[in-house]
Ligand binder design. Sequence first.
Ligand code: NDP
Ligand code: 2IT
Length: 446
Amino acid sequence: MDPKVEQFMAKIKAKNPSEPEFHQAVHEVAESLIPFIEENPRYKHAKILERIAEPERVIMFRVPWINDKGDVEINRGYRIEMNSAIGPYKGGLRFHPTVNLGILKFLAFEQVLKNSLTTLPMGGGKGGSDFDPKGKSDNEVMRFCQSFMTELYRHIGPNTDVPAGDIGVGGREIGFLFGQYKRIKNEFVGVLTGKGIQWGGSLIRPEATGYGTVYFAEEMLKVKGDSLKGKIATVSGSGNVAQFAVQKLTELGGKAVTMSDSAGSIYDPEGIDAEKLAWVMDLKNIRRGRIKEYAEHFGCEYFEGKRPWHVKCDVAFPSATENEIDKNDAETLVKNGCMVISEGANMPSSPDAIEMYLEKKILYGPGKAANAGGVAVSGLEMTQNSMRLPWSREEVDSRLQTIMKNIHQTCVDFGTEPDGYINYVNGANVGGFVKVADAMLAQGVV
Ligand code: NDP
Ligand code: 2IT
């Protein structure tokens, strides 16, 4: 390891103990940025890297609520306000039992660079709770969301901090959160994104992350004179990102053959076509069932407790969660001829998996570039809220496509190596950093 990276990481680890995901995210970025900063000493003298690794503010709070049996339950809520150099804090809320401070700090840190890559004026933040929506009734989810917002409302606002969804937070949760904010503040404002279309939401926001990830893969392939047409794709997850990745992939002539959830994965060699996907959407979004039921319903293979990476594919879209591709999975993917990885999830590949992709020179789109379409359309939702005018599907989708193309170009500009290989990791990290760093320089030591 570069001794400068090692020194920097030693300080990060000492200052942020027991936060392995945060260390992992910062380390990856430091490896790209430290050589760049050495060549650009103005960032070094102003300690920009040290400053962006320290959240501007961390909020932690108690979330008490009453379950359907009448018992009191207590969860912990968080909001990490990471960086506001280029706009209000912006980033999702995650409700999942694994949520802790380190996980949200990694997500908030990634969000700062991702939001910068979109070219829209958004700072970075992330929040959530260790609340588990699985198995809870709608009323329980509502009572939890109301209690969560009863504390969070004082820290957020349309010009301050604008949360959205992430794992476990979709349209239902955003509705309950928005209703409580409006009730407490007596203000109908764009304080959250991912809102329903009748009450300030944007068309294409639900689709945006999955679509964007597929558009990014298409851009990567275009550089090689290739496209997604006829390609076999493995997709993990079966939530918001996975569903719309499968939809766009099919539209562009690819064939998605896997989906998964935390219990296992299905393999459908015939492809998950539009009709089967509609069934999955009903299963996951309405009936809130398990992906295993797909295998029972359509008669295909189900792998209990397994991720889908053993299935032969040309393109992989990890769209479930962090560290879902380890070194062995990466080896299997590469050995089976996979040539593109486009990350719908945040940090789904472990560091040694990434090392393998770069060594084998495959087309690897890291999450902060490849999944930026979601927050980009959140930014467009904020624009429409400010104008008090909605855009059409075509308008938003065309802006999303342009943004994904521009992010790809930024990665090419900052990440092309002397032999022509595009290192999208360096490209995204440096390309996202420059705008934030220059804004911080201009704003002084704050
Ligand atoms: P959802 O809650 O809609 O879906 C999550 C999916 O991933 C579910 O199928 C879930 O299975 C599975 N999953 C979650 N945690 C785990 C785990 N620990 N192990 C195995 N499977 C797991 O979330 P999203 O689709 O919104 O998010 C998926 C990923 O995309 C996350 O990494 C998120 O940070 C990222 N992302 C999301 C964006 C968005 O706009 N929503 C934007 C950019 C990135 P189960 O139901 O069994 O838990
Ligand atoms: O990780 C992400 O970019 C998101 N969960 C979306 C954030 C947002 O504000 O739309």
